[in-house]
Design a protein around this ligand. Structure first.
Ligand SMILES: Nc1nc2c(ncn2[C@@H]2O[C@H](COP(=O)(O)OP(=O)(O)OP(=O)(O)O)[C@@H](O)[C@H]2O)c(=O)[nH]1
Ligand SMILES: [Mg+2]
Length: 553
């Protein structure tokens, strides 16, 4: 199967066994006439059951797609699974029953039962969904003559974490030092043979490369590894996690779009499949079909983009409404697993999922932070970043990340206890530079100080630096200092005013107290005299009163 997806990990073994029939991930989008070819449409997971069922029924015909009532594979978690009756299965059923001695039948049954038990044990609950724990083998390449922030072993260990988050069981890994990747197989032929042996020895089902592979490389490697071994890359793995995690309509749309854009240049497996089926005679047919599929996918991408545009408009309107009360917006950004959601939860009592997994958050969540001094700001939690984050993914999430570009302050949350904290900071800076947010003031927060090997030393180091606050979102340590630092930074983005506010403008005065930084209040006969830092729009509203104030002097 094509390296474009790992979705097989979320469906039952009957479908697993037909893996080479799956070509790309099912878009997690509402029902619309997606006319993928029958072979292409055979990707199913319980999460998009309706979508998949309808696609299958429409394109395979109702007799080929049915909700599974097969008692050998019980529905998982109450979610019905879909069983595909592929050509092989239909042929199998058509064949006359062979005569098998009773004893042999018993042994076969026992063996089947044992196999089923092994399969059963490999169903795991990940991201709130049941997944089939495939055995994965990781492969990386260290480029000679190139200085990388993340060493190869560190990058592979992060890849293992990603694989674990996706619900795979990592059984081994390897890497190779290369001057430049092999255009056919990415790695050298010796390494390919070594991996092939490992595949057999360890029963590997998926080989994951730490770097993005071309369609040709994916195809060649799958051919060499043979059987049902699938090959995929880091991007496909991240997309698979995003697919599992997407909880809202907008996130689903964005993930679908990113998946389709990733799959478009990689639509090759169908061709291979048809070729394999008919000994190359229908090669032309396969090629034609791939063109049809590409066209369908392109149309689908267009529809998705339009739909995202409308969601984006809606979000903008919502943001504009929110801005009618101009509470400053502070966005939390940072490497995945740094503790952004934990910080938001801690400060606002929100209930955002925070867990020791990568990419726990996909959707931005905004909550109001009320400080002890009565001041307020809005805090937005965003999707985490990671090294080697493909530009297509950053682009796909641009709509969500627009929240970041419209904030008054970016708080960069760092897991300071992580051995690669510095490299993670660089990776985040790199993504931020792609988002064009360089003009927004930033504050750096060193989180998880409680977990650092020498918390005291970390605190001392932070004190030396002006732009860093040390906290523990988990224990609450340093949070008052964090809020003060946020206020100080926000002040920098405001306008300094001295104004005389007439008593009849009492509402305005209280809003200024709420959103601005008032340094002096004095009650006079003409009104309230204030000295404050206020957001620009308030400075403009206060203009006539500022003149009043000047004439008072
Ligand atoms: N020891 C310790 N653990 C923390 C702290 N802050 C967060 N964590 C843990 O770190 C893990 C990740 O936290 P999240 O808040 O989900 O991280 P995130 O940055 O939102 O991650 P993504 O949503 O994946 O980008 C969780 O297991 C938290 O409990 C901290 O200050 N100290
Ligand atoms: Mg989070």
């Amino acid at each position: 199967m094509s390296g474009a997806c790992l979705h097989g990990s979320v469906i039952h073994p009957l479908i697993q066994q037909q893996r080479y029939h799956h070509h790309y991930l099912p878009p997690q989008i509402p029902l619309r006439p997606l006319c993928l070819s029958p072979l292409t449409a055979t990707i199913l997971s319980s999460s998009n059951l309706n979508f998949a069922t309808s696609v299958l029924q429409r394109h395979l015909g109702a007799e080929l797609a049915s909700v599974d009532s097969d008692d050998t594979v019980p529905p998982q978690n109450g979610n019905p699974t879909i069983q595909l009756e592929t050509e092989e299965k239909l042929n199998e059923e058509a064949a006359p029953p062979a005569l098998v001695p009773e004893e042999e039948k018993g042994t076969r049954l026992r063996k089947k039962k044992e196999e089923e038990n092994v399969f059963d044990n490999r169903y795991k609950l990940r991201n709130g969904r049941e997944v089939f724990e495939e055995k994965a083998y990781l492969v990386g390449v260290e480029r000679k003559n190139e200085v990388q922030d993340f060493g190869i072993e560190e990058s592979l260990s992060e890849l293992a974490q990603l694989a674990d988050t996706a619900g795979l069981l990592v059984v081994g890994s390897t890497y190779q030092k290369l001057t430049s990747p092999n255009p056919r197989t990415y790695i050298g032929s010796g390494k390919v043979s070594e991996i092939k042996s490992a595949i057999h020895a360890l029963d590997v089902e998926t080989v994951i490369f730490d770097d993005e592979l071309s369609a040709g490389q994916l195809r060649n490697l799958e051919k060499i590894f043979g059987g049902d071994v699938r090959v995929c890359d880091r991007t496909a793995l991240i997309l698979d996690i995003f697919n599992q995690r997407a909880a809202t309509h907008e996130a689903s749309l964005q993930v679908s779009l990113a998946q389709m854009e990733y799959q478009l240049p990689r639509l090759t497996k169908m061709w291979t499949h048809l070729e394999r089926q008919a000994g190359g005679k229908v090669k032309g047919m396969g090629e034609k079909q791939i063109e049809v599929d590409k066209r369908i996918l392109r149309n689908q991408i267009g529809i998705l983009k339009k739909e995202l545009e409308s969601v984006r408009k809606h979000r903008k309107q919502y943001r504009n409404r929110r801005f009618s009360v101009p509470v400053p917006v502070v966005s939390l950004v940072g490497y995945t697993n740094a503790g952004k959601s934990t910080l938001l939860n801690r400060l606002t009592g929100a209930d955002v999922l925070a867990e020791d997994k990568l990419f726990a958050t996909l959707d931005p969540t905004t909550r109001r932070v009320q400080m002890k001094n009565g001041k307020e700001f809005l805090l937005t939690d965003t999707v985490g970043f990671i090294q080697k984050l493909p530009t297509t993914l950053v682009a796909a999430f641009r709509a969500t990340l627009e929240e970041i570009s419209e904030s008054s302050l970016l708080v960069h949350v760092v897991d300071i206890s992580h051995p690669l904290a510095e490299q993670q900071i660089n990776a985040v800076d790199k993504v931020l530079s792609e988002l064009d947010v360089s003009s927004i003031p930033r504050l750096m927060v060193w989180n998880k100080v409680d977990q650092a090997s020498d918390p005291q030393k970390v605190r001392q180091e932070a004190e030396k630096r002006e732009d860093v606050v040390c906290i523990s979102a988990l224990t609450g340590d340093g949070l008052p200092e964090f809020c003060n630092a946020v206020q100080d930074r926000l002040k920098d983005s405001m306008v300094w005013v001295e104004a005389l506010v007439p008593f009849e403008n009492g509402d305005l005065l209280s809003t200024i107290h709420q959103v601005g930084m008032v340094e002096k209040t004095e009650y006079t006969e003409q009104g309230t005299y204030i000295k404050a830092h206020v957001p620009l729009r308030f400075a403009r509203m206060l203009t006539p009163m500022r003149q009043l104030c000047l004439s008072r002097r």
